[in-house]
Design a protein around this ligand. Structure first.
Ligand code: NA7
Length: 293
């Protein structure tokens, strides 16, 4: 398919690469020039990238970035033609998504929100899991593209429901990780070897994908970003905003948000979100390290 791919960050770069590798005709655009994707053309503006494209795929930081690319100067809306599909894999506001979809629908353009999970490794391996909102027939047309970038796709309902689901998923990741980080901090302070604690967790119902994934990085003190703290913080703020709009109270997430705020003040915004652990360590006066390591 002829695809314009906009946003070559940690996730987008790998996703566009997999699309080109699968034989799709890909044209990329990134705000900061100079990023390349093997096998893909480069466009100077969002509008230019979308010219002649069947599908325009976005993967940028936040709601404002998506709005800018769609409707700002040299935005995609200048190149929209009847029958085109816009797919957005950024994690952004569900209510803004619905508004963006309404605006492009007037030009005969379908809008699918397709945020994903699987982190940097899933993007590189083409094993992302997409949670998608939009018309079922339109999503079917995107299947060859989903197949090139991911291993599973879940349709969650109409446009906006993919983003709503993504916020509910990241809410759990943030809270599960916080529980894990607090347990590691307490156990270490009380003299338990964290490596031994991880072995026990692995054998019990406390085990989770989040713990499996983050445990080894923590034992190696490796906080290089797979999912940057600044983006998880952005998602937490989005979730609290969506909850407020829907009149839902999320007291645990509100507390965890403050930890992300303080970790940001400590200069950790570009590290992995697992670096929120270092704040707990600072308060406890310990470092989670295995004696056996
Ligand atoms: P990154 O690695 O932080 O990349 C963000 C991308 O978004 C990058 O290409 C940025 O361009 C682009 N960006 C940011 N702001 C803008 C604006 N205002 N206009 C155009 N482009 C912009 O994020 P990830 O790849 O890890 O994640 C992307 C999304 O998936 C995000 O929503 C996550 O929560 C999930 P730059 O290179 O800085 O010019």
């Amino acid at each position: 398919m002829r695809v314009a791919f906009l946003g070559l960050g940690i996730m987008g770069q790998a996703m566009a690469t997999n699309l080109a590798k699968a034989g799709h005709e890909v044209t990329v655009w990134n705000r900061t020039p100079g990023k390349l994707v093997e096998g893909a053309g480069i466009a100077p503006t969002p509008a230019a990238s979308a010219q002649g494209a069947e599908v325009v795929w976005l993967c940028v930081s936040d709601t404002a970035a998506v709005e800018q690319i769609l409707f700002g100067t040299d935005g995609i809306d200048q190149s929209l033609t009847d029958g085109m599909i816009i797919a957005d894999s950024s994690t952004i506001s569900p209510s803004a998504t619905v508004k963006f979809a309404e605006r492009v629908r007037a030009k005969g353009v379908a809008y699918v929100d397709a945020p994903m999970t699987g982190s940097k490794i899933g993007a590189a391996n083409g094993t992302l899991i997409f949670m998608v909102g939009g018309d079922a027939a339109i999503i079917d047309r995107l299947n060859p593209l989903f197949a090139a970038m991911g291993k599973k796709i879940f349709r969650m309902g109409e446009t906006g429901k993919g983003q709503a689901t993504k916020l509910a998923m990241n809410l759990q990741i943030a809270l599960i990780f916080e529980g894990f980080a607090e347990a590691l901090t307490l156990a270490t302070k009380l003299g338990v070897d964290p490596k031994q604690l991880l072995s026990l967790i692995d054998a019990t119902m406390v085990r989770s994908g989040v713990v499996d994934y983050k445990g080894p990085f923590i034992l190696q003190r490796d906080f290089t970003p797979n999912f940057p703290l600044r983006l998880m913080h952005k998602d937490i703020l989005l979730t609290l905003e969506a909850a407020k709009e829907a009149r839902v109270k999320l007291p645990a997430l509100e507390t965890v948000e403050e930890i992300y705020e303080m970790a940001t003040e400590d200069g950790h915004r570009d590290l992995d979100y697992a670096a929120t652990l270092t704040l707990l360590e600072k308060w406890a006066g310990i470092q989670v390290k295995s004696e056996a390591a």
